[in-house]
Design a protein around this ligand. Structure first.
Ligand code: FAD
Ligand code: NAP
Ligand code: SF4
Length: 698
């Protein structure tokens, strides 16, 4: 009897009945409907990467997920990343699987997962990057350079196409030998297979180009020949672009026909993906509503009799359950939520969803890392992909610890230390925990920050942390408390630039602007265009419901037609963004493009949103003074001024160390963490990372 069936008495199984219903895929039983979706973590290329991946995946298997898909593995050199030195020797190559020796490394992963829970299935993703590959041998159906690639691919000839198909088959066979339960073949996102399907990237005139039947041939041959080699019991998932979000992309009829033909060719499961990397529609950022794309999966599901997977912004068990209840999909893929909390499914099963550390879709430590060549992790869970390096082990010597400040740094420190068995008292001057997250959560599209605060509130309760709100800590309190360790996490104070007229009545801080405690006029200058300047600009330029909370608004703002599904879902549709209810100038001193420092994978969404709302971005500003006429400055060495009603200061932050300095002077055992330690470039990712490492070591 499988573990899933034994546990059906658990309360979460009744609450999330569909999520915990096993699914039969051919002869294979998947114990529940939750899949950990594929994510490239960078461990694939690390020297000790397979050991670390084994621990990372095993922890998720033990955490109750039904099936795991690995990060993408190339079937050959040309399909992946190879960096060469001047002699042409490969100095760094992304993980590929084309030899038995490479398959042996994968054994570590499959054994670890099947040992953690024999009922958990693990499939390896075969990812041929095609025209997005980062090497000099890259190939594609036609020699057409992608907008987002550095290289022009080599057009495949007939023999080249045969080789690519055979390499996929060889890779699938090796994956099977390495102990995987199946493979996922990626046929979306602008990678090789998808570029055969779409006319703009496939201009061939042979049997692999021209008509749609011909353009589908490559995908179908890959599946057909893989199936012939791996037998009937091996899972083959094929990932299609249910909506590729490309002007002139795939039509609905093409998506439907491809799905039906894939089933005939031997695919066991179809997984729906919703974009190409080069498309200008956000599909996973925090501004995307939860489960925004599952209606597309629902349509695909009607075309086939094999199971269909949906994904994107499904980050809590109730959301997954609702998607399944609507009949939108057979399986729900959650990738980043499994980084954020490896115990997601166990907590769901035990009706402890309020203990889930929810993925807030920020991309800051996962995709932003991946696309910057850093190892993936998670803002809310720095242990992700670092399981062997960052351990929260029970302490043998429990200490009495005071944590001053319940922002992200203080919360992370307090909860990790308490989890390890220390006695923690947590203080905050405010009436609620969260520090600056209480401002962040007010920004449209950042509503997920409420979940982080819900998680920490629950953990404080569960771990028995002694919480003191409305308590401004002074050194006497700390001296009298008899603490072994005192952790100062008092955060920051907003920087007030030294400028003539800075105390003019038209000047307000970002805290007042966001909290609404001071009025914001119709014509506004924002001084400072960092993360907070952008958030404030979004907040004051926004009108009506947040797109993150309303799929129709989101679809209108990004020009998507979910109902009629024109080519790519977007062809011919103009995004309709309500212009700002006020005139806004977002200013910085730097000469660089405004917003250049924002997140690698999300910055463009913020820049585009604000410019569509008519926010004017100004760089190279040398501020001179503020007076009744407005804000005076030099630009290109020419004096100018803006006649504005309000000037909002978003000019960065300074560490707030008053308590620390006094406590240290009295000889108390204090240490700093978070913004109080270092305010420059300090974000919640850095705050939680630093605090978690310190608390793991205390
Ligand atoms: P804080 O969050 O500032 O917390 C300090 C706490 O200490 C406060 O609760 C304060 O009340 C308390 N305190 C101070 N003095 C005392 C005292 N004497 N006694 C008791 N308590 C005291 N970061 C990201 O990574 N991603 C984002 O998307 C993001 N968005 C943001 C949006 C906005 C609008 C803002 C304002 C910030 C955003 N940040 C974001 C930044 C992030 O919130 C901060 O980096 C993070 O909160 C810093 O954490 P901290 O714990 O060091 O300090
Ligand atoms: P920030 O990113 O450092 O930006 C501060 C801005 O103020 C910059 O535009 C800076 O640019 C300007 N500035 C600095 N000193 C100034 C001065 N003396 N006079 C005038 N302008 C000055 O800091 P932040 O916006 O306050 O954000 C704080 C932290 O929260 C950052 O680490 C940020 O990453 C994080 N955060 C992240 C997000 C996110 O979505 N990921 C959102 C919000 C906040 P110039 O010097 O060129 O003018
Ligand atoms: Fe989710 Fe942000 Fe963590 Fe990525 S870094 S998994 S988006 S919470």
């Amino acid at each position: 009897m499988s573990a899933a069936i034994e546990h059906t008495e658990l309360p979460g199984h009744a609450k999330y009945r569909r999520l915990f219903t096993p699914l039969q895929i051919g002869s294979v039983t998947v114990k529940n409907r939750a899949i950990m979706g594929s994510m490239h973590t960078g461990l694939e290329e690390s020297p000790d990467g397979f050991e670390r991946m084994a621990a990372y995946f095993a922890e998720r298997a033990a955490g109750g997920v039904g099936m795991i898909i690995t990060g993408g593995i190339a079937p050959n050199e040309e399909g992946g990343m190879v960096f060469r030195d001047e002699n042409g020797d490969a100095v760094f190559a992304a993980s590929k699987l084309s030899t038995q020796a490479e398959a042996d490394g994968h054994r570590l992963i499959t054994d670890a997962v099947h040992t953690a829970d024999p009922d958990v299935k693990i499939c390896m993703q075969i990812l041929h990057m095609g025209p997005l590959a980062m090497n000099d041998q890259l190939v594609a159906p036609s020699a057409i350079k992608s907008r987002i690639s550095k290289f022009t691919p080599n057009e495949l000839d007939a023999a080249g196409i045969e080789k690519q198909i055979n390499d996929h088959v060889n890779c699938a066979k090796l994956a099977q030998k390495a102990g995987y339960d199946g493979v996922e073949i990626i046929g979306s996102a602008g990678y090789l297979i998808s570029t055969f399907l779409v006319e703009k990237t496939n201009q061939r005139t042979d049997e692999y180009g021209g008509s749609y039947e011909n353009r589908m041939r490559f995908a179908l041959e890959v599946v057909r020949r893989c199936r012939a080699e791996v037998g009937e019991d091996f899972i083959i998932i094929f990932r299609i672009a249910g909506m590729d979000m490309l002007q002139g992309g795939m039509s609905w009829d093409e998506v439907a026909l491809l799905s039906r033909e894939l089933e005939k060719a031997g695919a066991s499961v179809i997984s729906t993906h919703f974009t190409w990397h080069e498309s200008a529609v956000p599909t996973i950022a925090t501004m995307v509503p939860r489960a925004a794309f599952t209606s597309v999966t629902a349509r695909v599901r009607k075309e086939v009799s094999i199971p269909v997977i949906t994904s994107n912004r499904i980050n809590m068990p109730q959301v997954a359950e609702d998607v399944l209840a609507q009949g939108d999909a057979d399986l729900v893929s959650m990738a980043r939520p499994m980084l954020a909390d490896s115990e997601f499914m166990n907590k769901s099963a035990e009706d402890r969803a309020d203990e889930i550390n929810t993925c807030i879709a920020c991309n800051q430590a996962c995709l932003d890392h991946t696309f910057s060549g850093k190892t993936t992790s998670c803002l809310v869970n720095p242990r992700a992909c670092h399981e062997t390096l960052l351990k929260y082990e029970p302490t043998a010597t429990p200490k009495k610890i005071a944590v001053v400040g319940a922002g992200p740094a203080g919360l992370a420190y307090a909860t990790v230390a308490a989890e390890r068995g220390h006695h923690v008292s947590l203080y905050d001057a405010a009436a609620e925990i969260g520090g600056q997250f209480n401002l962040a959560k007010l920004v449209p599209g950042k509503e997920e920050f409420y979940e982080t605060l819900r998680y920490y509130n629950r953990m404080i309760e569960k771990l028995g942390i002694d919480l003191h709100l409305n308590t401004r800590v002074d050194t006497d309190m700390l001296a009298d408390g008899g603490f072994d360790n005192i952790v100062i996490a008092t955060g920051i104070s907003p920087r007030v630039p030294e400028l003539e007229g800075i105390d003019h009545p038209s000047v307000i801080g970002y805290v007042d602007a966001l909290r609404g405690t001071k009025p914001v006029g119709r014509k506004v200058a924002i001084m400072g265009a960092g993360g907070i300047g952008f958030d404030v600009a979004d907040f004051i330029s926004h009108d009506g419901p947040s797109g993150a909370q309303d799929i129709d608004v989101f679809a209108r703002e990004w020009g998507i037609d979910f109902k009629n599904h024109p080519r790519g879902g977007v062809t011919g549709i103009e995004p309709q963004v309500a212009s700002a209810p006020r005139e806004i100038f977002l200013m910085q001193r730097k000469e660089t493009a405004v917003g250049k420092g924002l997140g690698k994978t999300t910055g463009w969404t913020h820049r585009l949103t604000l410019s569509r709302r008519g926010v004017k971005m100004m760089n190279g500003i040398d501020y001179l003074k503020i007076d009744d006429r407005g804000l005076h400055f030099l630009r290109d060495n020419k004096p100018d001024y803006l006649e504005v009603d309000t000037i909002i200061i978003c000019a960065g932050q300074e560490p707030l160390r008053t308590v620390f300095d006094k406590a240290k002077a009295r000889g108390l055992p204090v240490e700093l963490v978070g913004g109080a330690f270092e305010a420059a470039e300090l974000d919640a990712k850095a705050a939680i990372y630093q605090a978690s490492h310190m608390a793991a070591a205390v």
